[in-house]
Design a protein around this ligand. Structure first.
Ligand SMILES: Cc1cc2nc3c(=O)[nH]c(=O)nc-3n(C[C@H](O)[C@H](O)[C@H](O)COP(=O)(O)O)c2cc1C
Length: 209
């Protein structure tokens, strides 16, 4: 299958088969894809919580419009934005760049200034809005990678983020929920995945200049 065929195959799954679990390798591949998602300036201003625990998922479902994907998929992936992005966060990132690439810390002074300038020129509200956007890019990469791997996923923003934060203890970790995705395998009788995809025609969606 070409990548386009795989994107045709993918669907926002609403009914997962609860008996089908991702192997450790499949889960790790999905997490690798998320890890490899691009981010503005390379700053991954979010964390990703992998929820498998049944009791926790029941609680999350109750504040997630009772969406069955939350409990029935193999795993629930919660993308949570960092709420305390400060100079320290930027400096830690530059440390990581230096360590990973084996370059002198001083050689990154210009880049560090750019990163810290970007962080410090924004209000907390702007930083959070930006972090949510970065989290959604990671979600997009997850959905695409899952399709490529023949794994199903169901993105969701229908949930009470404040309640998610409470149940997962995210506030104390300096995090707040952005968006979530269930991952696993579709049930044979999932209805929506059998329907023809509805998309705006290319003539309306694209403007060629
Ligand atoms: C960010 C985002 C949030 C979504 N939230 C929900 C949701 O809460 N519940 C749901 O059933 N589907 C949700 N969807 C799925 C969309 O309805 C679905 O992607 C769209 O109808 C297109 O269908 P397809 O993905 O199967 O091609 C969401 C999709 C995205 C990208």
């Amino acid at each position: 299958m070409s990548i386009i065929d795989k994107l045709q195959w993918r669907s926002a799954i609403k009914k997962f088969d609860p008996s089908k679990k991702l192997s450790a390798g499949q889960l790790d591949d999905l997490l690798s894809a998320i890890q490899l998602a691009p981010a503005s300036l390379g700053l991954q201003t979010y964390k990703v919580i992998v929820v498998e625990d049944e009791e926790t998922r029941q609680k999350l479902r109750a504040v997630g419009y009772d969406q069955p994907q939350i409990t029935d998929a193999s795993h629930l992936i919660v993308f949570a934005s960092e709420t305390n992005i400060d100079s320290n966060f930027g400096t830690n990132y530059i440390d990581l760049v230096a360590k990973t690439r084996g370059v002198a810390r001083e050689s990154l002074a210009g880049f560090e200034q750019m990163v810290l300038g970007s962080i410090n020129s924004r209000t907390d509200e702007q930083k959070l809005a930006s972090s949510h956007k970065q989290a959604y890019i990671a979600l997009g990469v997850l959905l695409t990678a899952a399709a490529g791997l023949g794994i199903d996923a169901g993105p969701m923003e229908g949930f009470d983020a404040a309640k998610f934060d409470e149940i997962l203890g995210l506030k104390d970790k300096g995090l707040t929920t952005s968006v979530i995705a269930a991952v696993g395998f579709r049930a044979d009788d999932d209805v929506y995945s059998k329907m023809i995809k509805v998309r705006r025609p290319k003539s309306e969606l694209f403007i060629h200049v």
